[in-house]
Every structure is written in C-alpha cells, then in structure tokens.
Design a protein around this ligand. Structure first.
Ligand SMILES: Cc1ncc(COP(=O)(O)O)c(C=O)c1O
Length: 434
C-alpha cells in the first residue's frame, strides 16, 4: 500500500471532471475527501460533516445509506451483479421497464448508463427512425439556448454552452437553438403563463416555418434547464412549443435527466399542467435514487414500429453494462419509495419550506433572484441587483462563496441547490457543501 496520503495520491494520479487542473493542484487547495454519507449529510476523512446541498449532482433522492436501497442491492449482489443485455434479458430490467412505461405513458424502454448516453440513444433513435421511414430530409435538431444535455459528441451538439464548447466547434454537428423565456432576466422575461399570441411563440412559429420540414427532433429539459443556470420556464412554454413542433413533424425529446423523479413536483416535469405529449424521454441521475449509473430512454410504440422488419432496421447501439442488475435493483427500490404518499407530501412540504426560508437571501446585495420549482431552489448571484447584470466570471465569486471549489465556469454566475427530499434540519449545524 502506498505511503502517500489520499490527498497526495489524488493530486498525483487523478483528473476530476469539470475541474480546472491548476486550481485543484494548487498547494493551498485541500480537497474534501468524502468517506461516508447518511441522509443528506456527507462526512470527510477528518470527520467534518457537510450538507449534500446539490444532492450529489442531482442524483440522490432519498438520502445516503437508505436501508431499503442498500438491502435491494445486497440481495441482488448475492444472485448476480451483471450479465450481458445484448440478446439476453434479466430478472429485474423487464419489471423496471414496466414501471417506467406506466409512470410516463410511453411504451418501451432502452437502457443505457448515464444521462449523456440516454440522450445519445434518443438522438440516434430519432435520426434512424426518419432515415429508414421515408423522411431522410429530417436531419436537424432544435434545442434551447444554453442547453446542456451531456458530454458525448451527440449530446454536446444538442447543447449550447460557449464555455463547454470552446474547443470542440468542428467536432460537433450543427443544431438550431431557441432562447426560452425565463422567469428572470431574459429577452422574453416573464413569470406569467405563456400564451399562443405572445412574442416568444410568434418567434417560435417563425423558426418552425424556416426549419420545420428539416426538423427531426425538438429537444428540451421540461420546465427547468438545470446546468444552463436553473432557467425556469413559465408555464405554457413547454406545452405550446412541443405541440407546435409536433405539428411541424418533429419528434419531441424530453431530457428529464435532472428534472425527473419528483424534483419539480410531479414524478416527471412534463406532467405539470397543462400536459405535454413527449415521443421520447431520457432518464438517468435519480433513476437509481443516486446509487448507481443506470439510464433509460423511453419511446412510443409508433417509434419502435419504425424499427421493425428486416435486419437492416435494427438499432445497432448499446453498452456493455446495459440493463445492469444491481442498477435495476436500486431503481426498483427507489421507485417503491417514490411512489409512497408520504414521499409526495414530504416533497410538497419541503418545497414550501424552501420557498419561505430562502426569501432571506434576497436581502443580500449580490443576490438578484431566488426561484424555486418543486424542491429545486436557485439563488442567482449578480453584480448589479437593479439591472440583473451578471458577475464577471473571472472573479470566480461563486466558488469563493461555496465549497467544494471544483464548480464549473458555467456556475460562476449562478449557483443552485437541489435538495434531496429528506433534508434533515440537523443540516443547520453542518457546513454547506454546495
Ligand atoms: C439535463 C441533463 N441532461 C444530461 C446530463 C448528462 O448526464 P450525465 O452526467 O449522467 O452523463 C445532465 C448532467 O448534468 C443533465 O443535467
């Protein structure tokens, strides 16, 4: 065993995601090394407790070390951890698929490993669907300004982040972007429900007139764009734009990787009123309650029908760990917890509590806006409260205000907390981690 400390080993051999190397390797920087978790509290190797304020990057739903999920994984481990899903099935994946289909109203489930791969699968399914069903001209995807859908090439191409895309321009394919209305500081600035006659919808219709016949898919995070800076769309935007895009012949791809599993209130964000009809939904993060990497792309039977017939219509796509049995066991146990009435009422109570308690942040001179959707709370830091002008990213204000310091450039001007639904008030005595 190495005589080096964990910090030394980490700094010598690791490369952390979305983390500027020089800041991480700076001698003065002491990484937080998590060794244990219980509920919404994390502990580091020195015994210091932290509130897991972003629910371990929006994955955790029921808290850490939840006995029901621990037991489900342990039981499955004694049977088998993993077997190939290519041409084979397992005991749990069909049960999980049934639950997901019933909960979303879609009819078939394609498993993969994480949010990016769930989006990548959605993208390729839609592309191949049109290519082999007589609409080869439908090759364009429409997504939202500042969108983030993951880091694989396809998922990145759907995104529009100047910071993340800086070095990849020629590697990505072209997609069309549209600026969604936000409840704070945007050209369409609006908290009111969006109506058909509003300028934003008139503009959306113009875009569809231009690209409608070439459009394969309209891709968006319903209601809340998370990594984009917790842009919260006013009600109506999702329903009206998805209806119009569908009328133009596009498939509707909803990325519920972050919003899924109760974060915004209902089980899925597209289930808010007024209702929306997706063709595909990507799920990951909360699918296993924050325990294991498992993702799903749900599709309608109409799309699946487009893949039936001779061998050439096969979807030649998948991963070695698809349908992983341990992940499915965690997901089924998490689902059972989610479906209890207690969980739903607790989510509602938590949301209201967050709304009340967070108002105090508005008195801070650099907080421009506090907004909430379900149990997602966003606190927007600004340079000028009256104009809403953002902070200068080079000042790195957000990382200085919160720990850990590995926050990304995109969150320099905005940071948010998406609490796990079981947040105990013991958190008041701990140090905030996010
Ligand atoms: C909306 C959304 N889609 C996709 C992804 C990518 O998921 P993953 O990091 O699991 O690949 C993320 C990750 O933050 C996300 O927020």
């Amino acid at each position: 065993m190495s005589s080096l400390s964990l910090t030394e080993l980490d700094k010598r051999h690791l490369w952390h995601p979305f983390t500027p190397l020089d800041l991480w390797l700076d001698e003065a920087h002491q990484p937080i090394i998590i060794t244990r978790g219980q509920g919404s509290t994390l502990w580091d190797e020195k015994g210091q407790a932290y509130l897991d304020g972003n629910s371990s990057i929006w994955t955790n739903l029921h808290g850490h070390a939840r006995p029901e999920i621990n037991d489900a994984i342990k039981n499955q481990l004694d049977r088998i951890a993993h077997s190939s899903f290519l041409g084979l099935s397992n005991e749990l994946a069909p049960r999980l698929a049934e639950k997901l289909c019933q909960a979303t109203g879609l009819s078939r489930c394609f498993f993969s490993d994480d949010g990016s791969t769930a989006m990548e699968a959605a993208l390729k399914i839609v592309w191949q669907y049109f290519q082999q069903n007589g609409q080869v001209e439908r090759q364009l995807f429409l997504s939202l300004d500042s969108a983030y859908h993951g880091d694989t090439i396809g998922a990145m191409s759907l995104g529009h982040s100047p910071v993340f895309h800086r070095h990849y321009g020629n590697l990505l394919f072209e997609t069309y972007k549209f600026a969604a209305p936000s409840r704070y500081c945007c050209p369409w600035n609006s908290s009111n429900p969006v109506r058909e006659e509003d300028a934003v919808i008139v503009e959306f219709k113009k875009v569809l007139q231009q690209i409608g016949p070439r459009l394969a898919g309209y891709v968006l995070e319903p209601r809340v764009q998370g990594a984009a800076g917790f842009i919260m769309h006013p009600p109506g935007f999702l329903e009206i734009t998805t209806r119009l895009a569908r009328e133009a012949g596009a498939k509707i791809i909803l990325d519920e990787v972050m919003t899924g599993f109760g974060r915004t209130g209902p089980l899925f964000a597209f289930q808010h009123e007024p209702p929306t009809r997706p063709d595909l939904i990507a799920l990951a993060k909360g699918l296993t309650g924050g325990y294991l990497p498992l993702a799903a792309t749900l599709v309608t039977e109409e799309i699946v029908d487009g893949f039936r017939g001779d061998l050439s219509r096969t979807f030649y796509h998948g991963h070695s760990y698809t349908g992983n049995a341990l992940g499915c066991a965690a997901a089924l146990a998490s689902f059972d917890l989610l479906e209890t009435l207690h969980h739903q009422t607790h989510r509602e109570r938590m949301g209201k509590w967050m709304e009340q308690e967070s108002q105090v942040f508005l008195t801070h001179p650099q907080v421009g806006n506090v907004r909430r959707e379900g149990t997602i709370l966003a606190i927007e830091l600004v340079a000028d409260k009256t104009t809403g002008q953002g902070l200068n990213p080079s000042l790195r204000t957000a990382p200085k205000s919160v720990r850990p310091p590995s926050v990304t450039d995109s969150s320099l001007v905005r940071w948010a907390m998406s609490f796990s639904s079981c947040l105990p008030m013991a958190a008041q005595t701990t140090k905030s981690s996010g």
